[in-house]
Design a protein around this ligand. Structure first.
Ligand SMILES: [Zn+2]
Ligand SMILES: [Zn+2]
Length: 187
């Protein structure tokens, strides 16, 4: 198999499974892990996949797959634009309907989670949840869980947003704390 064929095969595999280990790929394709690393390089550079501990994860999850998913916390059907995904060891991903449920689950899994991704509220791009800025207490109703938590890639965007719709901007750590404290109050 030529490197280009292998790369296409890797793309198919990862599109299907979302997360894979390097060792798995090396076994399936019958080449060394070093060769797999070389094959993955352009896919990582293109932003198609992200490297995780001992493996790779698809960056942009196909919409047709996601449409059948339900939130791990409240069991609502997943809307790709609001989804919050927690990447766990052993190729596991847990999906929440929005950052509200996502942060609750992320808090529960904080010792295990490798990474979490969500969708920028303005641009709909996939972002690293830990680096995002979050807006709470805004007047805009996104139609998911309360209290609402809206993720933004850039703090400036979040700040511009609250000028129009009101609310407060928080960092990941702050919003995690606030969101989970609210949960306790309700319980
Ligand atoms: Zn939910
Ligand atoms: Zn929700």
């Amino acid at each position: 198999m030529f490197p280009i064929e292998r790369r296409n095969r890797i793309k198919e595999l990862i599109a299907d499974r979302h997360t894979m280990r390097i060792s798995e790929l090396s076994k399936i394709l019958g080449v060394s892990e070093m060769t797999i690393h070389r094959d993955l390089k352009p896919l990582i550079d293109d932003g198609y996949i992200t490297k995780t501990f001992g493996g790779i994860t698809l960056k942009y999850v196909p919409v047709h797959k996601a449409s059948e998913e339900h939130c791990v916390i409240c069991h609502k059907l997943i809307n790709e634009k609001l989804a919050y995904r927690i990447i766990l060891p052993d190729s596991k991903i847990e999906t929440a309907c929005c950052a509200h449920c996502g942060l609750i689950r992320h808090y529960q899994l904080r010792d295990k989670a490798i990474q979490a991704i969500c969708c920028d509220f303005l641009n709909q791009t996939t972002i690293n949840a830990a680096l995002a800025a979050y807006v709470m207490d805004t007047s805009l109703n996104i139609g998911c869980c309360q209290p609402q938590v809206l993720p933004f890639n850039l703090k400036e965007h979040a700040e511009k947003f609250i000028k129009g719709f009101g609310g407060t901007v928080y960092t990941f750590e702050e919003v995690m704390e606030k969101n989970n404290r609210n949960m306790h109050c309700k319980a």
